[in-house]
Design a protein around this ligand. Sequence first.
Ligand code: ZN
Length: 173
Amino acid sequence: MVAILSYPNKRLNNKARTVEDVLAPDVQAVIKDMFETLYSTENCAGLAATQLDFEEPLAITVIDVSEEKDQPYCLINPEIIASEGETNEPEACMSVYPSYVSDSVKRAEKITVRYLNQQGEQVELAADGFLAKCIQHEIDHLNGYLYIDRLSKLKRSRADKKIAKVRRFLESE
Ligand code: ZN
């Protein structure tokens, strides 16, 4: 288990470091830790290393959007190489009070992402729907962005007010 960082922690804006050797034991240990955290966090479809309490987060994201939680994806050094269409679906984030805050975000409808898998093999994956949304959300994390950074000024200021309220509420508990 690794602790999940919460907004407005500035470390959420750190960019991930490129993984040089996927098979290195410390990298494999990070992946294992991340999957453990993913599967022991309720309603969690994906996590990026940059939102976790790692000193130097690597460019790794773990995702499982299946209901049975039996379809793990580990994307290392992911890069979107093609995208098409547009959607505007609600999103929430484990780092941004997911029980309280969500908003719709414009994303590509379909993407092709190139990455290394946990075995260090290069993979090109075409994704749409919830998985495509999730991958784009996690890659944003690896670049130091949160989904709320993609909101219009108006929606962002509404979200910030809501977050401030939630934080006051949680602190008073
Ligand atoms: Zn997130």
